[in-house]
Design a protein around this ligand. Structure first.
Ligand SMILES: *Cc1c(COP(=O)(O)O)cnc(C)c1O
Length: 426
């Protein structure tokens, strides 16, 4: 028996669904996930010795590919000095200085252990700073699994048909107002009706958790105006897009200044890290300076800081975003040509190294249009790619990630594999 299948049975006996995060399961695909033995660069090897070109990239962090030498070396060096201290270190100061320099809207920053912690803390801070309770979020945007934000969320919650989670009290959910993304009149109405109750608006400026799609021109700018007018905080959740869409995320690319920003994924270089930061007077409301409590035994962990700093420095010193755009454009050109040649009407969305093929013919601008994707078409496409040694996320509602470790040859081979997979649908 292949090792992976035996492992899956063992895993299912002692781990719910056999996985530690639901998106890793292949449940809707009705097959067991493979188990990873190791990964290097753009390639993963499973426990049966099969190799895959990887576009999951550990769901975002692996922007330099897997186990980049500079990051592994930094972690090894840090480990020799100790694994955790519970007292401040130079590396935490360097990380905060680096984040504040790269993302100018951030004047002060706090490190956390995950993106979920970062968004949960940013929401608490917005409520504490404004003295208001209502949070606005957008259908299909995923901000981690904290109670206030697990309402009409994307990602795994969507794949498994659980837009709301059991265990989130209705009394709490009513404090989260959910609006459709890209709908300016809906946003204007919400502020006209309840503007004085709104503590903050949290948004993925480029949503990447219900597939990948983009804001209409002017939409985020109007969101900035309305939040400022009504005294609500604008929170950009750049856990996925931060350090990926540009050195300063989507906010740098679009030149929009949010009040608070949440970060994760890339900032940890593959180790568990998140961060939230923003305007000085808002951040100074956090304990021990202010009344908003937030803490973490392992926050700012020295190994995690070493990994994240090494990754950010490598990205900056190599101008990685230019290279990622070249690779992304090459993939896009290949996929578009394949769709054209096979006369398939599917929608392809991309910015830099983030991409998604939507199995629908209607333009994707929000959750509703993303959900028009045909799962019956995604399934054979995914399984064919896997068979051909290409690993994309096992769900049509996820974003693909290119890394600097991908080569032109990897991209061209992927396009050929995608063409063969798409041909099965004609
Ligand atoms: C992944 C993600 C999160 C949650 O981060 P975790 O580290 O998984 O807790 C929050 N927001 C966005 C936009 C994400 O993509």
């Amino acid at each position: 028996m292949p090792i992976s299948e035996g492992l899956y049975e063992r895993a299912c006996r002692v781990i719910p669904g056999g996985v530690n995060s639901p998106v890793r399961a292949f449940r809707r695909l009705e097959r067991a996930p493979f188990f990873v033995e190791k990964a290097q660069g753009a390639h993963l090897t499973d426990t049966n010795g099969r190799e895959y070109v990887d576009y999951v990239g550990t769901w975002g962090p692996a922007i330099l590919g897997h186990a980049p030498h500079v990051v592994v070396q930094a972690v090894q060096t840090a480990a020799q000095r100790g694994l955790s201290f519970g007292a401040p270190t130079l590396q935490e100061v360097e990380m905060a200085e680096t984040v504040c320099r790269m993302v100018p809207s951030i004047q002060k920053v706090r490190m956390t252990n995950s993106g979920t912690e970062a968004t949960m803390s940013a929401v608490r801070l917005a409520r504490g700073y404004t003295g208001r309770s209502l949070i606005v979020k957008f259908a299909g945007c995923y901000h981690g699994h904290s109670d206030s934000l697990l309402v009409a969320a994307g990602s795994g919650a969507l794949t498994h048909g659980e837009p709301d989670s059991a265990g989130v009290p209705r009394e709490l959910a009513v404090l989260t107002l959910v609006l459709p993304f890209n709908d300016t009149p809906a946003l204007e109405r919400a502020f006209a009706q309840r503007g004085s109750e709104i503590a903050g608006v949290i948004v993925e400026p480029y949503p990447g958790n219900a597939g990948f799609y983009l804001p209409r021109p002017g939409y985020l700018e109007r969101m900035r105006e309305l939040t400022a007018t009504y005294g609500a905080l604008l929170i950009f959740d750049e856990v996925m897009t931060g350090f990926r869409i540009s050195s300063s995320g989507v906010q740098g690319k679009l030149d929009i200044t949010p009040d608070l920003t949440t970060l994760g994924k890339i900032i940890g270089g593959g180790l568990p890290v998140g961060a939230f930061g923003g305007r000085r007077e808002i951040m100074d409301c956090i304990s021990p300076l202010g009344p908003v409590y937030q803490a973490g035994t392992l926050s700012g962990n020295p190994l995690a800081m070493a990994a994240g700093l090494a990754q950010l420095r490598e990205l900056e010193s190599t101008c990685a975003w230019d290279r990622l755009e070249v690779l992304g454009a090459r993939l896009e050109e290949g996929v578009r040509a394949a769709l054209h040649d096979l006369n398939l009407p599917f929608v392809f969305k991309r910015s830099g190294s983030m991409f998604c093929l939507h199995f629908t013919s209607c333009d994707v601008v929000d959750l509703r249009s993303a959900q028009s994707a045909d799962f019956a078409k995604f399934k054979p496409y995914f399984l064919s790619l896997l068979e051909q040694g290409i690993f994309i996320a096992p769900s049509p509602y996820e974003t693909g990630f290119i890394s600097t470790a991908h080569t032109e040859e990897d991209i061209d081979a992927t396009v050929q594999a995608m063409r063969r997979a798409l041909k099965l649908l004609t």
